[in-house]
Design a protein around this ligand. Sequence first.
Ligand SMILES: Cc1cc2nc3c(=O)[nH]c(=O)nc-3n(C[C@H](O)[C@H](O)[C@H](O)COP(=O)(O)O)c2cc1C
Length: 217
Amino acid sequence: MKLSIINGSPRGASGNTEKLLEHFINGFSETAGNSTEKFYLIKERPDFEKLKGVFLDAEILMIAFPLYVDAMPGSVKEFFESLEPLKNKRPDLRLMFVIQNGFPETYHNRFVERYCEKLAKRLGCIYEGSICKGGCEGLTVQPPQLVEKVFSGFHNVGKSFGETGKLSPEVLSKLARPEHLTPENMKLVIPMVNNFLWDGLLNKNGAMDKKFDKPFE
Ligand SMILES: Cc1cc2nc3c(=O)[nH]c(=O)nc-3n(C[C@H](O)[C@H](O)[C@H](O)COP(=O)(O)O)c2cc1C
């Protein structure tokens, strides 16, 4: 199997999407004969000519991106819209997506997942499925055991897809845990995120005194 991958993160090769893809690709490549090629969407703006060529030639195309403000990044939407002239030109193309987000609940991605399924169908392609995962904010600052769980989850999905050519609903739902946080968990997680992540960034930028500013009020 040959898998073509478009990393749609505005952060390109330095973002979290890239780290997750590395682990997926390692798992996928464990099956002999499998190969991958990878492209960076942000480098191909604004005409996306190279990526349109990938769309026209690929056997299986995986488009991976983060959730920005509860939706796909603008550059990803721009790319999707640029594919309109290619509608119905690839009825044999298998399209799949990776959608990952910062907040710990995977559920936040489910609305964009529905968009992706509709998009694949409207482009006249085969919708192969979406790999959704929450809790991907700050993979470099999260405790190693949490990060390791996310990475090994992506490795397992890649390995399973590499072996079967299908996204197994069981493997996907295991990766997606937790789909929702309980109110009790929320009480623990929110202060942790505030203390470690946001306060750390505010401190680093000498902006702690601006924490409760309301510039648009
Ligand atoms: C501008 C911006 C908006 C974001 N909005 C959301 C959001 O609405 N929900 C969420 O769960 N995470 C949000 N995040 C967090 C990202 O989804 C998360 O950090 C992701 O792993 C980033 O991947 P990347 O490094 O490949 O861009 C946002 C991050 C940025 C930079």
